[in-house]
Write a protein that binds this ligand. Structure first.
Ligand SMILES: C[S@@+](CC[C@H](N)C(=O)[O-])C[C@H]1O[C@@H](n2cnc3c(N)ncnc32)[C@H](O)[C@@H]1O
Length: 287
């Protein structure tokens, strides 16, 4: 046994991993397990813009092309620069096989960035070509799993994305990374229609969605952060669907001698939908 668990929340860990293994790798499951929910989420949206967060080297990036008219409508982001470089090269190679005159401009969008960094949200609004929130759909295959292992984020309150009034004086606070991610993703998706599809190994990935009676659980927002100006993720997202998906399992080495009875391993598919509550857009901030 290693003396300590890998730091799945750290950029260093992932850079190192993608440098050592530059092949395509899919966490938890093949991206096709998301097909039905993606189709369903996009059925009433013309020309959707998709944000594939923590894309790593997953084959899902390429599979998403079938949902859009132009590859540019997909933005693959990861904080590991190596994953982004590998993905960009593979995308261009694929495209050139179809038409040698195509260039990087015709590819999907690829960028390196930290989803927990507030300046990423400002950058996304600056680079967006449309009014309001830049993305219709967030695709997350085990990225929230990884982010849930990160250290708490130190934020300044009131948080600049907070649309509500707040009472307390400015201060710093330490917030669970999944709550910060949820607020950032809410800022990037339109109220009422935006969706976040997440495949996770955890049956309890979004603790902010559970009722208040369980306060004190790791991952819940500390109550006094809300009056101090941190947006409450529970009022920004609601759970539309959650269901188990059978996990991929390597055949057991002993199964050649007959069927092996092993406990079924499940992953969980979450479909979160934006509520009508808005988040303050970076451009609306009072200096
Ligand atoms: C478990 S892997 C999943 C990769 C890919 N989605 C898949 O299904 O194979 C988690 C990914 O999230 C990325 N990641 C973790 N924390 C991140 C953060 N704060 N910002 C951006 N990417 C992050 C990692 O670099 C890694 O590629």
């Amino acid at each position: 046994m290693p003396s300590h668990a890998p730091s799945y929340g750290s950029q260093e860990y992932w850079e190192h991993r993608f440098h050592n293994d530059s092949g395509t790798f899919d966490w938890l499951a093949d991206g096709h397990v998301l097909d039905e929910s993606i189709r369903d989420a996009l059925k009433n949206i013309t020309d959707p813009i998709i944000f594939h967060i923590g894309c790593g080297t997953s084959a899902l990036s390429g599979q998403l092309r079938k949902y859009v008219r132009k590859p540019r409508q997909i933005h693959n982001l990861d904080f590991a620069h190596q994953a982004i470089d590998l993905g960009r090269q593979a995308d261009l190679k694929d495209l050139k096989q179809t038409n040698p005159s195509w260039t990087e401009e015709d590819c999907m969008r690829w960028s390196a960035g930290d989803l927990l960094d507030l300046s990423l949200i400002e950058r996304e609004f600056e680079q967006s070509h449309r009014d309001g929130a830049p993305y219709d759909l967030i695709i997350d295959k085990s990225t929230t799993d990884s982010i849930s292992c990160a250290e708490d984020v130190i934020v300044s309150l009131p948080y600049s994305l907070c649309a509500d009034s707040y009472q307390d004086s400015p201060r710093q606070a330490s917030v669970h990374p999944v709550n910060v991610l949820a607020v950032h993703m809410a800022a990037l998706t339109p109220p009422s229609s935006g969706r976040w599809i997440c495949l996770s190994y955890s049956s309890d990935r979004f603790r902010f969605l559970i009722d208040d009676s369980k306060t004190g659980l790791d991952g819940l927002l500390v109550e006094d952060h809300i009056p101090a100006g941190f947006p409450d993720p529970k009022v920004l997202w609601r759970l539309e669907k959650k269901y188990p998906v059978q996990a991929f399992q390597e055949p057991h080495p002993d199964s050649r001698n007959g069927p092996m009875h092993r406990p079924e391993v499940r992953n969980w598919l979450y479909i979160l939908r934006r509520t009508e509550e808005s988040v303050s857009e970076p451009s609306q901030r009072i200096p």
